[in-house]
Ligand binder design. Structure first.
Ligand SMILES: [Zn+2]
Length: 162
């Protein structure tokens, strides 16, 4: 059986798969479990898909250039930004800001980050509906894994209004 790693897209032998929810090759698994901050940036950069590392309070820690491209980010200005600002969530500019409004309690991304951070169980391909500041709909399919003290969000699919 031929399976592709959901992170690096390399082929995985079926014998290397275990019962985890996620499909991850042994190389990526090693990174996810033991990488140091320095190497994490390089590892993320080499992945063929957009990945954003986020702290439990929704602050963006780092992004790879694929993610910067689809979310139109300037990498050096990402810090201090919150997850909702990636896709201009309409709550991210409200009083209190991203993660602090009443609506944020039911935000799929916020809860995905929080639950993955708390229980360490990877989540695969969660569908995330978002409404932007201009009342446009964005839709994302996101996977999450806890790496050290942060959560990596992998964007498997994205539809972001112009
Ligand atoms: Zn891999």
């Amino acid at each position: 059986m031929r399976v592709l790693c959901s992170w690096c897209y390399n082929t995985i032998e079926s014998s290397e798969l275990n019962d985890d929810q996620e499909v991850m090759c042994p190389d990526c698994k090693k990174w996810h479990q033991g990488a140091t901050e320095d190497c994490i940036k390089e590892f993320l950069e080499n992945l063929p898909i957009p990945v954003v590392s986020i702290a439990a309070d929704n602050t963006i820690i780092t992004t790879n250039s694929k993610a910067s491209e689809i979310f139109r980010l300037e990498p050096e200005k990402n810090f201090e930004k919150k997850a909702g600002e990636l896709f201009d969530c309409k709550n991210s500019r409200s009083a209190g800001g991203c993660g602090k409004t009443v609506n944020c309690m039911k935000c799929t991304i916020r809860n995905l980050v929080l639950t993955t951070y708390l229980d360490g169980t990877p989540r695969e391909k969660v569908s995330v509906p978002v409404e932007t500041n201009e009342n446009k709909k964005a839709s994302l399919t996101v996977s999450a894994v806890r790496v050290k003290g942060n959560v990596w969000l992998r964007f498997d699919e994205w539809m972001i209004p112009e």
